[in-house]
Design a protein around this ligand. Sequence first.
Ligand code: PGA
Length: 251
Amino acid sequence: MKEKLVVGNWKMFTDRASAQSLSQQLVGGLETCGSLSSVRIVICPPYTVLETVSTIISPSPIMLGAQNCHTQKEGAFTGEISAQMLTDLGCSFVILGHSERRRDFNETNELVGAKALAALAAGLTPIVCVGESLDQRESGETTSFITSQVLGFARAVGEEALASCVFAYEPIWAIGTGRAASPEQAEEVHQIILSVCKSEYSQKPQVLYGGSVNAENASQLFSQPSIDGALVGGASLKAPSFITIIQAAQG
Ligand code: PGA
């Protein structure tokens, strides 16, 4: 069975005390779960608690990720964090092009591509988010928009780098709304992403679903053939729900 990837996106939540407590609960909870041989687990806390969390999860199977990085290795870029700095803190993944960043910081496919190349050069696996708005879905533009996002990113990074990236399909209307895509809706878009990568670049990246994944809907989502895991926001901030999602991925 193909390994699933379950990623927790903590967004701009947790201070040192709550991050410590949440990661301890996760490590402790996973110890009682039995075999987790077919799931890889990543948590992406805010930069400020990466080191705190890293120390706690290091003896466990949980891997560390961040939520963004800069395109350059170092330099006069006030307020920015490079991919190398993340590797130095023990990260092995980085979420890039989240719709909240595309919306609030005008991140384009080209910029996300440049960040992904920087991440790969530093040894991080980029988790590249794509997803349509409600307007786009309702006006029948989902396929064309997702195709253009995936192609725009793929052209920016090239075939070789694309092979090392993970995609996350995150419909904007499903993020933080409690209204997840149905397993069928998600599967349909995952297949679009895969067919673009295959026909244009002969690549078959791992594709995660994100957007209101929770303890109740995870199993059904994971039962779809092209859903290779989940990018989880709100439900990753509570150890019991995140652990249930991990168990659902283990099957
Ligand atoms: P959500 O967020 O699970 O709270 O909908 C997902 C995300 O934004 O990555």
